[in-house]
Every structure is written in structure tokens, then in C-alpha cells.
Design a protein around this ligand. Sequence first.
Ligand SMILES: Nc1ncnc2c1ncn2[C@@H]1O[C@H](COP(=O)(O)OP(=O)(O)OP(=O)(O)O)[C@@H](O)[C@H]1O
Ligand SMILES: [Mg+2]
Length: 229
Amino acid sequence: MMQLTDYSVAYGQSTIIDGMNLTLNKNEIIAILGRNGMGKTTLMKSLIGMIPSQGGKVTLEDTEITPMKSYQRVGAGLGFVPQGRMIFSTMTVEENIETGLTSTGKKEIPSDLYSIFPVLDEMKHRRGGNLSGGQQQQLAIARALASNPSVLLLDEPTEGIQPSIIKDMARTLKQIRTQRGLSILVSEQVLSFALDVADRILVIEKGKIVLDVPVEEADHETISKYLSV
Ligand SMILES: Nc1ncnc2c1ncn2[C@@H]1O[C@H](COP(=O)(O)OP(=O)(O)OP(=O)(O)O)[C@@H](O)[C@H]1O
Ligand SMILES: [Mg+2]
């Protein structure tokens, strides 16, 4: 579905993602774990085209997207939920979701979105800024799904969300994967969530993948060591 080959991203002289190779299969959920500053956001932002890459390539369903601009990547099938959600606080819930339609040329919000997130249906006309953190996260995910992506990128979706809601989020993401047949790449620091949601767990350190295991084989202690400072 999505493939990274020798993929590198740098800010000036400092290389953040260093020759990464990664294959995300259809219907697969991969969690990328890494401590603060290990390059999760840099990777996500570069994949969606907000930061240029320095080397290597990315293909999405056999199309090379590396030279594309963000809106073209969205058109090619990438959806992005940024760290901190970045919803538009003065716009209504409905308007926020509609911003996700822009690159598709469609006017209608996909009908399944409100059934996946019933709370957004109830709060359609409320301003985004008046939603709780967990509701805003649902809104950010709904906005990304509005363009019917085949690959969904999420950058630390559990940040600032309370534990009970984190459980729901894992369940919802797996439901979306099954319903829509999409693939998900999610960056995280919360190990329990990653173990809950993912089929495969990766750990990055200093720009390289240092661990890559199916979730059934993930050793919690080893991973926790990577995540602790
Ligand atoms: N615009 C920038 N210019 C230069 N360096 C940057 C820039 N943005 C981030 N960095 C650096 O790149 C490294 C990776 O940052 P990044 O935000 O990708 O980490 P992260 O894994 O997302 O961290 P967190 O878990 O705190 O969100 C850090 O050392 C950071 O200081
Ligand atoms: Mg980050």
C-alpha cells in the first residue's frame, strides 16, 4: 500500500530520518514508537508533504508521491491527523469536516463518518473549539477521513487524552480500518495504546528503525526501555 525506500529527512545539516525502509500493507496498522524528539512528527509531516524529503522515495499504491505537493498526496490517497489535532476552533464541527473535502472536489461529507462518530453528528453546529479534547481528536480523524484516504497517518493521537477515551480510540481506529479497508500508520509514545491498536510495532531512535516486530511478539519491557529517558 505504502512503501518507503531509503527515505531521509533533514533540517539543514541535521538528519532526522535516516535511510528508512518501511512497507505498510493493505489493511495493516503500524505503530511507530519513539521518545520525544526522535523524529515522529518530522516523518509524518514529510510524508504528507509539509516538509521536503532529502533522499529516497515514497510510493502509494505503486504511485511515487515523493515529488507531489500536499494536496496532490491527499488526492492520491493520504489522510493526515496532525499532532495537537489542529482543528479550526471558530468553525463548526461540520465546517471542519468539510475542509477535508477540498482536495476531492466532492461536496458531500461521506455518510459513514457520522455513524463512526455519532458525537460529531450531535455537535454538528457547535464550534470546534468548544469540544473536549477527545471529541476534537474524533473531529480531526473525521476531517482526515472525509477525503476517503487509503492510508491514514496519525501523529501521537493519544496526546492529552484521558486513558478511558484512549481505549475507545483504539477500538474506533480498528473499526475504521475494517469498514473502509484502509491502512494506518500511527506514531505514539503510549505503549499500551500501540499494543492495543497495531498489528506491527516499530521503534525509532536517532532516525533509524531499531525494532520491528509483529504485535504478538512485542516484548513490553524491551520497548519500554526505548521509550524511557
Ligand atoms: N523546523 C525544525 N527545524 C530544525 N529542527 C527541527 C524542526 N522541527 C523539529 N526539529 C528537530 O528535529 C528532531 C525531531 O523532532 P520531531 O518533532 O520530529 O520529534 P517527535 O518524535 O515528533 O517528538 P515529540 O514526541 O516531542 O512530538 C528534534 O531534535 C527537533 O528539535
Ligand atoms: Mg511529535
